[in-house]
Design a protein around this ligand. Structure first.
Ligand SMILES: [Zn+2]
Length: 701
């Protein structure tokens, strides 16, 4: 652990730009990172806080495929939305950038080239699945097949989501390409591997030099090291990403976990380059006034100087990349410092269930910001109170309501409001003078002086829940002090005593405005406005003369209003609706229909028929016009199967026809009967055909 760092580089995870931000992301990484950075800034430390979106990798291309758009459109859309949500929520990045920028491609290509020239990579030829009809290699996520462990027919090449087992594509039974549905073939391809096996001693020495790391982080690292590190491919056969900067590597890009963490470096560079440009500052850089005279090449100190403390905030799913693979890349380059700490959190669940984007089981930040306007601090407070620092934790709307109503409103807000109202009412808003101190006053002042260093100690150890609880203790202290001394009663009999009580209470309020800032910055800003004071640095916290006698305060504002049951019910109903929609989507079998008599069934005249001709019905998406030989006659039938069958490919196909269905006019064509179709879970249709040739007109019964 580095002692007395000269400067800090703090990074927060690079999230894939393929969906919006939810509370799990916030609790896992962005909120603790922001609390830490705000605290450092309040201490007057030299800190750069960088993050951005990861815009490469297979998840982006899959999202594009699902949305029917291009990868570029996907990342443009979500980058904007994510950046905007973070700004609204008060996550105070110095820069929030993106890995699809040309500058980042250049930096990561140079990084790769440097390691290549130093002969760090092993070239290896392996066999990978290739889709011949699509003409491309298939990433693991692009291969589906039957899970060898549980028989799930839609397991991915890297994982079965049904039984949770980790797979490799070659383990899948009956693999098929998600691009074409075709059976992929194994084909040789060359890629470049980082020999983590050979680097294991260096990586082990690095990890073991940090006994202070959180136990969940250290535990994961040790388990990887114990298994023995394996060489890892740093290039992939993919179209979307940073091109491999070597000759004859068409169709190959850098592994997304190679280029993404280099993004932290690129964004730091970008910050220093743009800092002096008013326009760029507005576009990328959070409101900052603490830096002066930064030069473009200053970035290097933040990544290369030994007296810089580098801290990566991430969720637990990224531990291996930040504690092993990225450090290995940094070691291989040789000119960079290694992370001092990686305080990863575990996962935040929601109402007892794992947060899931695909199942829409989440509280989305952009929706929260719309539905709870100006209540950023309530969510910040609730998430930090319950942060999954050592184990997975659960967010519930009831807990959110209780945190707001019973803690923020009843304690913090109530205390500050009483101070404002009583001072304005009894002393014309001027801080009254301190008189003789009672034992109680002295106790309160001692606790007030102690708390800021307790909060700081917890923050320095990345114990944010504990730190916030100490902050709340200060509000509790003030609230209890007023409740016990009852200045509103005393005012009639002992104004001198009331002056002392109100002076001490006002000092507590001013202290609160300093120590609450990292956690609930919007509230802190309101408080400094109300108290009519500048934003004080952390060093001032614990002082009892922040507000001099006679200092004029302003009118108070209500800091926290109660959250009504109805608002919570609305949110819970919204989640229940998601659950219902998921159940529907997962429904495999439609419920049974009512019983019918055999006579009813025999009224249906179902015949085997052969398709003679087929053509699309103009100006429709779904309809084919078919000519059938039914054995009885040749007739025309219109069928809604154009999404599933090419007309030219079904000539000669035998089908089953409900031949005595009354003729119907469909788009101006008289359809004489209905072809029986079987419907799959996803709504796709398939002919029902006899398993061997049957003469046309054969009866189905
Ligand atoms: Zn399985």
């Amino acid at each position: 652990m580095i002692k007395d760092p000269k400067r800090y580089t703090v990074t927060a995870a690079l999230i894939y730009a393929n969906g919006p931000i939810h509370i799990g992301h916030l609790a896992g990484c962005y909120l603790p990172a922001d609390i830490y950075v705000r605290y450092l800034r309040s201490l007057g430390k030299d800190v750069v806080f960088v993050s951005g979106t990861d815009e490469h990798g297979v998840p982006i291309t899959i999202k594009a495929k699902n949305e029917g758009s291009t990868p570029q459109q996907v990342v443009d859309k979500y980058y904007k939305q994510i950046k905007h949500s973070f700004e609204d929520f008060g996550i105070s990045f110095d820069i929030y950038s993106r890995t699809s920028k040309e500058a980042h491609h250049k930096v990561s290509q140079d990084y790769f080239t440097n390691l290549y020239n130093k002969k760090y990579f092993n070239e290896e030829i392996t066999e990978q699945y290739f889709d011949e009809s699509a003409g491309q290699f298939l990433a693991d996520r692009y291969i589906v097949g039957t899970c060898p462990n549980c028989g799930n027919e839609n397991a991915y090449g890297d994982q079965c989501e049904k039984c949770g087992s980790t797979l490799s594509p070659t383990e899948l039974i009956n693999p098929r390409s998600m691009l074409s549905g075709a059976k992929p073939v194994l084909k040789k391809t060359k890629n470049w591997y980082l020999p983590l096996d050979k680097m294991q001693p260096e990586i082990e020495a690095f990890v073991n030099s940090h006994p202070e790391w959180k136990s969940n982080v250290a535990g994961q690292c040790q388990s990887w090291l114990k298994q023995g590190l394996l060489p890892r491919a740093m290039t992939r056969d993919l179209e979307w990403g940073v091109k491999v900067p070597l000759p004859d590597t068409e169709g190959k890009v850098l592994y997304v976990w190679f280029d993404a963490p280099i993004g932290y470096i690129t964004f730091t560079k970008e910050f220093f380059e743009k800092f002096n440009s008013e326009k760029d500052k507005k576009d990328y850089i959070y409101d900052r006034t603490t830096y002066k005279d930064l030069k473009a090449d200053d970035w290097e100190k933040y990544w290369k100087a030994e007296d810089t403390k580098l801290v990566h905030f991430i969720g637990k799913d990224n531990i291996v990349f930040h504690c092993i693979i990225f450090p290995a890349m940094l070691i291989a380059d040789g000119s960079y410092i290694l992370p001092d700490n990686v305080p990863a959190n575990e996962f935040m669940n929601l109402e007892g269930d794992k947060i899931s984007t695909s199942r829409n089981w989440a509280v989305w930040l952009h929706e929260y910001l719309e539905e709870f306007p100006n209540r950023q601090d309530v969510l910040r407070y609730a998430l930090c109170s319950n942060a999954p620092e050592t184990k997975d934790n659960d967010f519930t709307w009831k807990d959110f309501q209780t945190r707001n109503n019973s803690e923020l409103a009843d304690i913090f807000g109530n205390f500050v409001n009483r101070v404002m109202v009583l001072t304005n009412k009894n002393f014309e808003g001027k801080i009254p003078a301190l008189g003789n101190l009672t034992e109680l006053d002295k106790q309160v002042i001692t606790t007030l002086k102690d708390l800021p260093s307790k909060i700081a100690a917890s923050l320095e150890q990345y114990r944010f829940r504990e730190a916030q609880a100490f902050m709340m203790e200060l509000a509790r202290l003030g609230n209890k002090y007023l409740a016990e001394t009852e200045p509103w009663k005393l005012i009639k009999t002992d104004i001198v005593r009331v002056k002392t009580i109100m002076n001490i209470s006002a000092q507590i309020t001013a202290n609160l405005s300093i120590v609450c800032e990292p956690f609930i910055p919007f509230t802190s800003a309101k408080m400094t406005r109300m108290l009519n004071i500048p934003k004080h640095p952390w060093i001032e916290a614990g002082k009892v003369d922040l507000l001099p006698t006679g200092h004029q305060i302003k009118e108070g504002e209500i800091l926290f209003t109660k959250i009504e049951d109805a608002e919570i019910t609305t949110q819970i109903q919204k989640l229940e609706a998601s659950k219902k929609a998921n159940e529907l989507a997962n429904a495999v079998v439609a419920p049974a229909k009512e019983a019918v008599s055999y006579d009813d069934f025999t009224k249906m005249d179902i015949r085997v028929a052969t398709i003679l001709e087929a053509e699309r019905v103009p100006k429709t998406k779904k309809l084919l016009k078919l000519k059938l030989d039914t054995g009885l006659d040749q007739r025309t039938v219109v069928s809604g199967i154009a999404e599933y069958y090419e007309p030219e490919k079904i000539i000669g196909q035998q089908v089953c026809l409900l031949a005595n269905l009354a003729p119907r006019d469909i788009k101006g064509i008289m359809s004489q009967g209905m072809i029986l179709m079987a419907e799959d879970k996803d709504g796709s249709l398939s002919f029902v055909s006899p398993s061997k040739m049957i003469s046309n007109g054969g009866i189905v019964a």
